[in-house]
Design a protein around this ligand. Sequence first.
Ligand SMILES: [Zn+2]
Length: 452
Amino acid sequence: MRPALLSALLLLALALPGRGARADDDVTETRPARRAARAEATHDDLEDEDEGDGEREGRRRRFDYSRFSDGPRRVPEPRGASQRRAEALGLGTTQTASRLFHAAPDPRWVEAARGEMPEHLQWPVELGRFGRGFGYVRRTRPDLRHNGLDIVADEGSVVRAVADGIVAYSDNGVRGMGNLVMIVHPDASVSIYAHNYRTTVQPGWRVRRGERIAFVGTTGISRGPHLHFEVRRRGRPIDPLHLFDGRPWIDAYRAWRAARADGTYAEPTDHLRADLPPDRGPAAAGGAVASRSPGRAAPVDGDVGEVGFVRRLLREGASAADLEEVEGRHFRNVLWPVRGGERLRREGRGLNVVAEPGAPVRAIADGLVVYVGEELRGLGKSIAILHPNGWISLYGSNAETHVEVGQQVLRGSWIARVGDTGGGRAHLHFQLREGGEVVDPMELLVQVPDAI
Ligand SMILES: [Zn+2]
């Protein structure tokens, strides 16, 4: 490789967004409001539209915050006993919201949050899929922490309370959040639901786990219908994924796929009914949730996430229908999957990259995680990613995995850690295939790995 070309590629690699630890600077929290009546929360959600082939990655776009609108405001008018309770407790104002973004809730609010705190939270959108996780995961602004979880669903999908509590805020006065609900729970944690099409609860209402509180929308700073969901303790956001029982987003993804495949899936239209009561109608009852749980559509072998699906991809390649689900940039070259991977030896259909136990494993290009599990023989904990150009990359022998089925990953994303699979040196087993054929990744490297 010519030196000039090599250094250009090195520069490109350096320009790719990093994933390392960063200053604990929570810029998406509310800051002292420039306009007193409005809390501020710079919150840029589901950004990252395709910018081309990755060669221009260094030129990151910034969202033009001057063009966003939090409206239209669609929230129920306060009335009745809950209105009186909200006024007595000081709920429902932008000051309420601002406090909950920064600090522990007022003890009186926690006391008013009747009910029980369950061991696990309820998944808030029945067919809502994993959109983006917690942490420094943004491509356009890798320096901004994403304080919650983005759950992708059609506009109008029902948003449900994850646990019992009292509605502390239901309005659209927090910049970037659109129509927003905040619930204080009996253990003093706060759950936050942003970008709703409309909210269906008012401050002071006591809600039960599973009760409808809003409909999914794209109000505020948002690039498409989704729920931005946060959990805070004493004003600090925490990663909510481990608070759920198992991995409900995988069930949701499978149920959504299965319902679409067999024609039973219909886009939600509840929100289009002008006469929709902003109250606890039959659809709002927590009891309705059990019979509509995401598990009802049984996953079939051959569905995304099942080992049958990834075996077919490895054997036959991806069909046009498979690729429809995959987002991201098309790459013609691959990133070396282990930073600092020292040596390699060819084994079977792939490469074993020798590395330190626990070394981060990276996605070689943008793609969709289609398998995470241990059912592929001889590969231990493994991950398969389907790429928009039809490549399938396979990462085996990991100590731990850090992605979920249905997650879209970017080139360079940290997806796993290298494992020490007994006996030999720790290594990543890596395979690249296209159309059922083994592809030699050494021919496609964007950068020559260290010490090879
Ligand atoms: Zn978000």
